[in-house]
Write a protein that binds this ligand. Sequence first.
Ligand code: PEP
Ligand code: MN
Length: 370
Amino acid sequence: MAVFSTRAALGGAYFGSAALIIVMNNGAGDDAIERVVGEIERMGSKAHLSRGQFRTVIGAVGEEGVLDQVHLSSLDGVEKVVPIMKPYKLASREFHEDDSVVEIGGGSTPKVRIGGTLAACIAGPCAVENEEMLYKIARHVREGGATVLRGGVFKPRTSPYSFQGHGEPALKWMRACGDELGMPICVEVMDTRQVEMMERYVDCFQIGARNMQNFDLLREVGKTRKGVLLKRGLAATVKDWLLSAEYVLSQGNRNVILCERGIKTFEDSARYTLDITSIPVAKQWSHLPLVVDPSHCAGRRDWVPSVALAGMAAGAHGIIVEVHYCPSEAQCDGPQALLPEVFRELMVQVRQIAAVVKKEFAEIGETAGA
Ligand code: PEP
Ligand code: MN
């Protein structure tokens, strides 16, 4: 992300962004940390604290030529100052070496933790069609082992004449249903104007593939402290995707979960092509948790289980999957919705694969207060 500064405007020169990691000494106290943060802010930059078990690391993202590496290195308690070379800064492994664990829920539901060795299953209907179907599907997915409930209330449809979702009333059903079953809820937000209203209800915002580069929307959810499930755009590289995550992180919201949901390729037999390779790539470049969406790439329910298992085997921290007990009646994405019994069987296999790659799925209840 390049910034066109006042200086650049005056002098005609172009300054890019710069990022530094300030690694504090093992025993550095709060005073030393506060001093470093103060100096970073004095330089017109934002400081992002990452407190580890033994040491604190401070990320500073600001303007090239203004962030003073030498000065920061000289401050008390600073062990070293290292520039982050990647274009995405806070999303990079350089900023945060260990896997991040993102927590969603924890208010009126148990907390669900995703990342590191902790995997989670997010499941539910594509769209919330009515209250009764929502509760029915939610009970099914909960029994099958999902810990987070998904359900769209604003739907990004290719045609403006297709079902667009029920909006706020459906959000109220989602909230009540999640609370009753003890499941945090994940709901797609499509527009900056929806963020304030939705923030009152959701535990996790979903950013749809088509909105991955809606930068204003990313900034807006970045100002909240809710989870943000960031789907990869249909034609986005892994780098683009991480730069989008950076928009959210740069606003101070650390709770980003990446979601690989398939990209456009020349292959047209399935709806999209799940980029399996992006899983190890994104995990190497970034500390953020990553889940796989087998439903939207497959587009057909009989192909969904294989893709889900492949995603887990490749190292995903879980899946987000669409389920419906009567797909022929679904108003959106019926052909790819798994029947509840198939979902249940799939989760048995998903857990087996997860065990092989050293990940564990918590049960509902286990996550409470964790
Ligand atoms: C969805 O999750 O229902 C959806 C529309 O997903 P995507 O943005 O990946 O197409
Ligand atoms: Mn869908």
